[in-house]
Design a protein around this ligand. Structure first.
Ligand code: PLP
Length: 372
């Protein structure tokens, strides 16, 4: 699904030197590379504070912890997402309130959020799924009206631009009160291990987030809150500092591959190509098609026989996962998510796809559909 090796080969001298520099300095924790990357990312995103941490799941958890929520407080998020979003809500003793998504963008809808709000609702976590922003204009308007926090899960959408109908453009993760991202190797800005970061323009929240990520400590060995230990290590920061200047070119390469796929599939009624939400750029963390009247799992099996990987993100809606089943929900509650989980599949999407590979992949997908 990704080709991290070819990508590494192209920047090998810079990466190897950056890692060697950390090894020579032996400043493995909180070395200069961490601060440097933090500043570079603040500048790239146009956000006041970037707080690096251990991974994207930690980023979400720490963000949630910084809001001072209480057991039983409700947090609204999408049913169609990676589990981490809901996992941290549940882990903190908060109540995840799941809502359905839009069949075209796959993102949480403002209408569904509005309907799910109760007096106990404290926060909304929109997930910018597959690389495209949710409708942040409408979500921020709802949040203001109901006095709710917004934590953006931008783990799949770093670098994506949201164009507000008010005329401004901002990066995914910098619009809500807090934004979270992951530097997992296969993410759009991936390091060579685990990594994550939290973004905010709010000085007080930034201070709280820094303290919570560091054992709830604001003055050395004085612990004001129950915190966690979550850091981006210096080697990962050094890798990210080298890769960040390439992020826009990486997004452009992903968009070129997406355009090739689109062009190959656009006239095939059995396949629905990814919808482009006019208010967001798309950074194509995934290129995800929706099957219409063909056997998705048979298609994936057929592709596997031709050595073409294809994946289903995500095969089971969160409300039907064993760990998250409650009497609150039952099958049929979220028809769009349930339909998507049965019909979506994602094709290889990364920065190194060449024309020959794209031709081979699209030819075999079309071959299956024609014979289906
Ligand atoms: C990857 C991902 C996460 C978690 O990131 P990790 O770094 O793997 O912990 C959270 N939410 C979404 C939507 C993701 O894609």
């Amino acid at each position: 699904m990704v080709d991290l090796h070819t990508q590494y080969e192209k920047i090998k001298p810079e990466i190897d030197k950056a890692i060697q520099d950390v090894l020579h300095s032996t400043a493995f924790i909180n070395g200069p590379a961490v601060k440097e990357f933090q500043h570079d990312l603040e500048e790239y995103l146009g956000v006041k504070h970037v707080i690096p941490c251990g991974n994207g799941t930690d980023a979400l958890q720490i963000a949630m912890m910084s809001l001072g929520l209480k057991s039983g407080d409700e947090v609204i998020t999408a049913d169609f997402t990676f589990v981490a979003t809901v996992e941290v809500i549940a882990l903190l003793g908060l109540t995840p309130v799941l809502v359905d998504v839009d069949p075209h963008t796959f993102n949480i809808t403002p209408e569904a959020i509005e309907k799910a709000i109760t007096p106990r609702t404290k926060a909304i976590v929109p997930v910018h799924l597959f690389g495209q922003c949710a409708d942040m204009d409408a979500i921020m308007e709802i949040a203001r009206r109901h006095n709710l926090y917004v934590i953006e899960d931008a783990c799949q959408a770093i670098g994506s631009d949201f164009h507000s109908s008010e005329g401004w453009t901002r990066k995914a993760g910098t619009i809500g009160h807090i934004g979270c991202t992951s530097f997992f190797p296969s993410k759009n800005l991936g390091c060579y291990g685990d990594g994550g970061a939290i973004f905010t323009n709010d000085d007080e929240l930034a201070n709280m987030i820094r303290g919570i990520a560091n054992h709830g400590m604001f003055v050395r060995y004085y612990h004001d809150y129950v915190g966690v230990n979550s850091r981006l290590d210096s080697i990962q920061a050094a890798v990210l500092k080298v890769k960040l200047p390439h992020l826009n070119a990486y997004a452009a390469a992903r968009n070129r591959a997406a355009a090739y796929y689109d062009n190959a599939f656009k006239n095939i009624p059995q396949l629905k190509i990814p919808f482009r939400f006019p208010k967001s750029s798309h950074v194509f963390h995934q290129y995800t098609l929706v099957c219409n009247g063909i056997d998705r799992d048979a298609l994936i099996k057929y592709l596997a026989e031709k050595d073409i990987p294809a994946m289903v993100y995500y095969p089971v809606p969160l409300h039907l996962q064993k760990a998250y089943r409650t009497t609150r929900y039952s099958e049929g509650d979220f028809p769009v998510t349930e339909m998507l989980s049965k019909n979506v599949f994602s094709l290889p999407m990364h920065t190194e796809l060449d024309e020959e590979q794209l031709e081979y992949i699209t030819r075999h997908v079309i071959e299956f559909v024609k014979n289906a």
